[in-house]
Design a protein around this ligand. Structure first.
Ligand SMILES: [Zn+2]
Ligand SMILES: [Zn+2]
Length: 223
């Protein structure tokens, strides 16, 4: 069982859309200001969780342009009057396709949007008094980013890495080798004790994946 961090960062995972995508509400306990990462749908559910925890949502963060992660993000940003930060501009083509892809996956009201801030490797995003680092991790999509809060040893990795698996690379502009490289050169150096929230399914740690992951365990990559 991997636990979510303690103050000054707190977080809850809220699965949304028919694809059970892990939207995370993370917040700064000093200011009670927070952000949703990947608010892809089920906006009423998301806002009721924010209210329940007394969090004022000040921005929306997006890991990548897939519909379950960002289909309703533009709509929520307008409702709340808050900015969107991320993903990397190489995912613009995915966001632009949101209305078509949304219809295909049964995500009603999915809409394209332009983030207020595109993110690049090495950028930082602020939530309340918290500062998260941005890592560009292409492969699942070309513009996928990961958010890392070093003091909490927590990463929000979207569809880069899962417990036991990695993101699909058979979508347009996916690339298997890019994804493996992103995981080993960007994520592993963050430290084995780092816990991560994947885009789908349960949390894990980088150490556990380096032991057991079917695609990126150290023993698998050494073969
Ligand atoms: Zn995805
Ligand atoms: Zn996903």
């Amino acid at each position: 069982m991997t636990n979510l961090p303690k103050p000054p960062l707190q977080a809850v995972i809220i699965p949304v859309t028919p694809l059970q995508q892990n939207c995370t509400l993370l917040w700064c306990t000093e200011t009670m200001r927070g952000a949703f990462t990947d608010p892809g749908g089920d906006l009423d559910k998301l806002m009721s969780v924010a209210r329940q925890h007394g969090v004022t949502v000040e921005k929306l963060l997006v890991t990548h342009g897939h519909i379950d992660h960002c289909g309703l993000t533009g709509v929520l940003a307008k409702q709340l009057g808050v900015p969107i930060e991320g993903p990397h501009p190489d995912d613009k083509f995915w966001i632009d396709m949101a209305p078509d892809v949304g219809a295909q996956y049964g995500i009603e009201g999915a809409a394209a949007f332009t983030p207020d801030r595109w993110l690049h490797h090495g950028d930082q995003v602020q939530v309340g008094n918290l500062v998260l680092d941005v890592l560009h991790c292409p492969g699942h999509t070309p513009g996928h980013v990961v958010f890392h809060h070093a003091p909490s040893k927590l990463a929000i990795v979207g569809d880069v890495l899962f417990q036991g698996s990695i993101g699909r690379t058979d979508f347009p502009r996916g690339n298997h080798q890019d994804l493996i490289n992103a995981i080993t050169t960007n994520l592993w150096p963050l430290g084995g004790e780092t816990a991560f929230v994947p885009g789908h399914g349960p949390m894990s740690t980088f150490a556990a994946e380096r032991r057991n992951n079917a695609f990126v365990a150290d023993a698998v990559l050494a073969q």
